[in-house]
Design a protein around this ligand. Structure first.
Ligand SMILES: Cc1cc2nc3c(=O)[nH]c(=O)nc-3n(C[C@H](O)[C@H](O)[C@H](O)COP(=O)(O)OP(=O)(O)OC[C@H]3O[C@@H](n4cnc5c(N)ncnc54)[C@H](O)[C@@H]3O)c2cc1C
Length: 463
């Protein structure tokens, strides 16, 4: 039986700046890449929908196709299993002697349990964990993880003082001498509707193309800070999140390309701000490392008293974009149709779910998990906790006035009408109010708008 090393690909579907792959190429033994699609993620949970929905599934499938091609250039095969990791590695071990497995360290409980099931099943295999999800390696943080600052600003100020970001690693020039064949590679055929048009195309090559476009070709990065809060224009923000979440792109690649851009074309607040957002991403990652399972607790990180209502009709109205609050409904239609929603939209619909509807934040977060093409466990649950007021936010609960926010971030109502064209008959300045005004009946008769009335009253905002 041939001895092999395995690079276990999970949320790191790339060949550029891949620590585990780089590690594996330092050994003599041939390498096989393995990806396991956990079929349990496709089954409905207690909330009535699965953890992994069609948009991300398609994105992963496309990303794996590119990964296969890019690994092939180095004579490394990729084998895909549908099922569970334990069975996958058992199958592989019938064909090969697995000498070593290189895998990315997991901090979320489910992923860790999965790893442990494989580690226990192969006592004579060496396991090498690597950690390349964040921009800054845990060892390079200027504090022990138990002392992680409990506000983003404090975290940012500390890390910026001693900023240390490891250089990217590369396997350029490596070509596996021995050809290793694999069989039993599964496919995603039939798991999603392959005729749908994805929000963005998957794959490492597409990720690098998008990065290059956003920085060097279009130079949109130069105005990122001013545009990033828009809800509509595709280039208003980088749209790198799906690639970063699935690991088709390394945050270090973004960082070092940003530095090249700054050297060539100068730095400004906008170039800094992309780095600033990558620090937010790191911060949520390290909150998960620091707090573990508490990130998923109903009462949040500090066991804050929290008593959500349980109103199935309200949850359904939110999911189905029928709340009667135009900003919320437009954004929910967008995520339902594309698998993406802007950061401004996410903040508003999440705040609405937690504070207007007063529903259990975990249900909203789970719905995002199901739909988002860029779902990332730490960023999603961390942001939801933050908005629910159960995370690390010294400024307390974040309640947005979703009517003012609509008027402010979409003054032309172009975004709104894209998703809720039925509101067009209303005067522009009233569209974000929908049918919530006192002259509701008059509006209805006058404009014949087919749109629901608000399902709950707006909270009272202090001026
Ligand atoms: C309730 C809620 C849930 C979210 N869930 C996710 C998620 O599952 N996955 C995810 O990647 N982002 C999540 N975000 C953060 C943010 O909305 C998206 O990263 C961003 O909208 C992606 O678009 P972009 O790549 O164009 O972002 P850009 O504005 O171009 O930002 C560049 C990169 O910085 C990172 N980033 C930006 N904002 C944040 C943030 N608030 N938190 C963490 N990272 C950030 C992302 O990796 C992003 O790609 C969530 C935000 C909220 C409010």
């Amino acid at each position: 039986m041939d001895k092999i090393q395995v690079v276990w690909f999970e949320n790191n579907l790339r060949t550029t700046d891949h620590q585990g792959l780089h590690q594996a190429t330092q050994h003599e033994t041939p390498i096989i890449g393995v990806y396991v699609l956990e079929s349990s993620l496709l089954e409905p949970t207690r909330y009535g929908f699965p953890k992994l929905g069609p948009y991300r599934l398609e994105f992963i499938d496309e990303t794996l196709k590119t990964l296969k091609q890019n690994l092939q250039k180095h004579n490394i095969p990729l084998v895909i299993y549908l099922g569970n990791a334990y069975d996958a590695f058992r199958k592989l071990s019938k064909q090969y002697h697995i000498d070593a497995i290189h895998y990315e360290k997991a901090y979320a409980s489910e992923e860790d349990t999965r790893h442990q099931s494989v580690i226990k099943a192969f006592p004579s295999t060496s396991f090498y964990a690597f950690d390349t999800k964040p921009l800054m390696h845990i060892r390079d943080l200027p504090f022990d993880i138990q002392d992680l600052p409990l506000s983003f600003t404090a975290f940012r100020k500390r890390v910026e003082k001693t900023l240390k970001i490891k250089q990217e690693v590369s396997i350029d020039g490596f070509k596996q001498s021995k050809t290793i064949s694999v069989n039993n590679s599964d496919t995603f055929d039939g798991l999603y509707d392959q005729s749908s048009a994805p929000f963005v195309k998957g794959g490492e090559d597409e990720a690098l193309k998008r990065l290059n476009y956003y920085l060097f070709e279009s130079k949109k990065i130069k105005t990122y800070k001013e545009t990033r809060n828009q809800m509509d224009a595709f280039d208003a923000s980088s749209k790198l999140s799906p690639y970063l979440a699935i690991g088709a792109l390394s945050p270090r690649t973004v960082y070092y390309q940003l530095k090249v851009f700054e050297q060539k074309h100068g730095s400004n607040d906008s170039t800094y701000w992309l780095f600033f957002e990558l620090l937010w991403r790191d911060y949520f990652h390290y909150l998960l490392v620091r707090f573990g399972r508490k990130v998923f607790y109903k009462n949040g990180l500090f066991n804050t008293p929290y008593h959500p209502n349980e109103n199935k009709n309200h949850i359904e109205a939110w999911k189905n974009a029928n709340t009667g609050y135009p900003l919320v409904d437009a954004n929910m239609r967008e995520i339902n149709t594309t698998g993406y929603m802007s950061n401004r939209g996410r903040q508003n619909v999440a705040s609405f779910f937690c504070h207007y509807l007063k529903q259990d934040w975990r249900i909203g977060a789970a719905y995002f998990e199901y739909l988002l093409i860029d779902y990332d466990v730490a960023s999603n649950y961390g942001n939801w906790l933050y908005l629910a007021g159960l995370g690390v936010d010294p400024r307390g609960t974040r309640i947005f006035d979703v009517i003012n926010q609509g008027n402010r971030y979409d003054p032309t109502t172009e975004y709104l009408l894209k998703w809720l064209p039925e509101l067009e008959p209303l005067p522009k300045q009233e569209r974000y109010q929908g049918l919530s005004k006192n002259n509701l009946q008059q509006n209805l008769n006058l404009f014949e708008v087919d749109y629901p009335k608000p399902i709950v009253d707006k909270p009272i905002f202090k001026p």
